[in-house]
Design a binder for this molecule. Structure first.
Ligand code: FES
Length: 117
């Protein structure tokens, strides 16, 4: 386990996210009402950049490609790829539902740190 400082607490307002690199990995860091969180940056469906997705309902990130949704706090998929109707079913036949990898986040002073195994 290693802690990587990825940004300052002043860098993100509540409801924002930022793409960072840590330990050679692309990671999305989020600041929510519930605190700070981090997940893998690419959607597990066909690797869309979740940094271009939107945060909905205060704690879900929605993929910009086919609208899969994931709980930022746990990485759990709450809705798999569903857009556009019909066409996405072809993709889903060989890209089944997966959760996002999530990473523990610690705030130390004004430093936001992500723990990566
Ligand atoms: S790439 Fe994210 S839902 Fe398809």
């Amino acid at each position: 386990m290693a802690l990587h400082t990825v940004c300052s607490t002043a860098d993100l307002a509540i409801g924002e996210k930022r793409l960072v690199q840590a330990s050679g990995q692309a990671i999305l860091v989020y600041r929510l009402e519930d605190g700070w969180f981090a997940t893998q940056a690419k959607c597990p469906h066909i690797l869309a950049p979740l940094a271009k997705g939107k945060i909905v309902d205060g704690h879900l990130v929605q993929c910009p490609f086919h609208r899969a949704r994931f709980d930022i706090r746990t990485g759990k998929c709450t809705q798999w790829a569903n857009w556009p109707p019909g066409l996405v079913d072809v993709l889903n036949a060989f890209r089944g539902e997966k959760d996002l990898r999530s990473y523990p986040v610690r705030v130390s002073g004004d430093q936001v740190q992500v723990e990566i195994a």
